[in-house]
Design a binder for this molecule. Sequence first.
Ligand code: FES
Ligand code: FE
Length: 322
Amino acid sequence: MIDDPVLLNDWHVVGRVSEIAIGQVQSIRLLDEDLVLWRNQDGIQVWKDLCIHRGAKLSPGKVKENCLVCPYHGWSYDSAGLCRFMPAHPEQRPPPRARTITYQVKEQYGLVWVCLGEPVKDVPFYREWDDPAFKTVPAGPYRMRASGPRIIENFLDVAHFPFVHAGYLGDPAHTEIEDYEVETGPESVVARDIGVWQPDPDGSGKPARVSYTYEVLRPLTARFSKFQGSQVLSMIDIVTPITETESVAWPMLSTNYDTGASEEAFINFQDVITAQDIPVVESQRPELLPLDLQAELHLRSDRTAIAYRQWLRKIGLRFGTA
Ligand code: FES
Ligand code: FE
């Protein structure tokens, strides 16, 4: 197990609830651990991908009679991870030690969340999800060969819009970033009233001057609300750390107005934006986000990123940082 209590005791997304049917078994990876994710009549189970008998992976196994059956010698494990049947000795009752390592699982926002340790908090709260004024759609998942903290820092960065997202979220004729305020609390970083001129803020193709409020909710979860008068487009980006340099982003986007685009076109717009970000974040070196502010250079316009790095250092994040 990795040496990072902050991430071990946090929740991470490993899939969409709707994409895991009863009887299905998947091999997944989270925080450098191989896990098996499967579903039976009792719900979704996530365990260490290891059979205690001879260390075979359980993920190539099958679900039979509500149990997960190891592909090597057929031991059957129930929802609690207890071995119920050893085919070589059908009459023998499996010893209590014959059990798998199980993890806590939660379903929220249509996503499957796993905690490898003891959760210190609930999953991050996304207020738009239950707000009838907003329509929320999931985008991604987007896989990136980059560390989680590098991806979140990119999400918080507005100065790259005119270069990476020219014609969409930024305009090469409007590169200057006005000053804005950042507040760091024990639980979060908030940056308010960041004004940006956008040629196409929401895929509708209508240019506007927008104002962003960003919030870091967890080490690897951040959100923004983008205001155009009373129209609000919100987005939460939930990043799952697969390894220190490989991650999957599970964003959700919400609007309290009609962009005029179909849901498919709206998600496609996000796919285009993300495809522009990926080569940049994958190119960044060092791959791990340096928390020492002496490494790399910082401008006034980087103050959200500076606050994010300082906050990560304060809460003791290690995985994906240097
Ligand atoms: Fe799983 Fe033997 S290794 S049953
Ligand atoms: Fe971007």
